[in-house]
Design a protein around this ligand. Structure first.
Ligand SMILES: [Zn+2]
Length: 369
């Protein structure tokens, strides 16, 4: 498939990599060769609106945001399943986060990203799920040279025709430009990048035992923030994925979706994100209802930030009602201090347990778009 966008060509190569032998050399081949079989696949990832980013980091904005907290009422009753017994392994999950961080920066198109992708594929292969890669090229925002992007779609129960998509981004921002001391220092993206990856890596261990109501796809978006200046484009991966889903519909349907972004903050506060509330109210309500039933108080049933994240493409382009779980009260956002030390195994565990429980009780009537 050939696409145009912003004056550069996008080419898609998609392939089921489940049957490929392990090894980064193989992965490299996938990236450099146009595979012409297999279904095309889409992708996903992390937050925000370029125009808000600069603003929301300022003190006045923070104050304003706290004043504008909107109570959204009582969580509607929603059919919940018996709480399942989830043997979430906090230490193992946090170990995944550390392992991803040890790779170093994972900027789209770099060696670090390639290493991470290889590691992710190796990890999920052990669960017998179907893994597909969706690759495309974009122009580098500074040099114009082509940058290969690769979304990953990891499917559990791949034959199910009704599916839920859980997405995160797995690239990291090139620089910690909000760092007052070292805005050109290293950016590790422990919360903003690795947390979603680690979340899904641990969730994979439980997919067989929890018996989700629908088929489940973990989608990892590349190119969420190949951003050097605030006006650079965000969301390459999620937009590509969403257009793929809209323009060449697969033989299955996504009933709804969730984007997880910055979910490992030590001081976890998960307010309802405003765009999620507007665009996917039932999904949002059901997530927070599950958290309430599990007494996970970090899911706060109030609106706070309006964030442009990968869920916008999912809602607006793909038509999949998708909520964003994001902790935007993270003081180390886009700084050199977004490291594993600013994250917590407990926070990751809380989000993971809620999502696993929620997968067993996703409301059947979803389709609130
Ligand atoms: Zn970011």
């Amino acid at each position: 498939m050939t696409r145009s966008g912003n004056g550069f060509r996008m080419r898609t190569f998609t392939r089921d990599i489940n049957r490929i032998e392990p090894g980064s050399g193989i992965i490299r081949r996938i990236l450099s060769v146009g595979w012409n079989k297999l279904r095309a696949v889409p992708a996903c990832s992390p937050p925000r609106m370029p125009e808000l980013r600069g603003v929301c980091s300022s003190l006045p904005f923070m104050v304003l945001a706290s004043v504008l907290l909107l109570t959204v009422g009582v969580i509607p009753k929603h059919a919940v399943a018996q709480n399942i017994d989830i043997q979430w392994d906090s230490r193992r999950a946090f170990g995944y986060l550390q392992k991803v961080c040890e790779i170093g920066p994972r900027v789209s198109g770099t060696e670090g990203m390639l290493k991470q992708r290889t590691m992710i594929i190796e990890h999920f292969r052990q669960f017998g799920c179907e893994i597909r890669a969706q690759a495309f090229d974009v122009a580098h925002p500074q040099t114009g040279a082509p940058v290969r992007m690769t979304n990953l779609v990891i499917s559990f129960d791949p034959s199910a025709k009704e599916r839920v998509v859980l997405a995160c981004h797995y690239d990291t921002r090139p620089f910690p430009d909000r760092d007052r001391v070292r805005p050109r220092g290293p950016f590790i993206g422990a919360n903003d990048g690795a947390s979603g990856v680690a979340l899904f890596m641990e969730m994979a261990h439980h997919m067989k035992t929890i018996r989700p109501r629908y088929g489940v796809d973990f989608v990892m978006f590349d190119g969420e923030e190949l951003v050097y200046r605030d006006f650079d484009k965000y969301f390459y991966g999620s937009e590509f994925f969403a257009r793929w889903y809209r323009d060449t519909p697969p033989d299955y349907k996504y009933v709804c979706g969730v984007v997880a972004d910055m979910v490992a903050d030590k001081n976890l506060n998960l307010y309802i994100e405003k765009n999620s509330w507007k665009m996917a109210p039932k999904v949002t309500q059901s997530l927070w209802a599950t958290a309430r039933n599990m007494q996970v108080k970090e899911f706060i049933y109030q609106q706070k930030y309006e964030v442009r994240d990968d869920h916008l493409a999912m809602n607006e382009i793909a038509g999949i009602p998708t909520a964003d779980i994001i902790d935007f009260d993270y003081p180390y956002w886009h700084t050199t201090r977004d490291t594993a030390r600013s994250c917590s195994a407990t926070s990751l565990s809380k989000v993971g347990r809620v999502l696993l429980q929620w997968l067993t009780e996703v409301p059947i009537e979803l389709g609130d778009k």
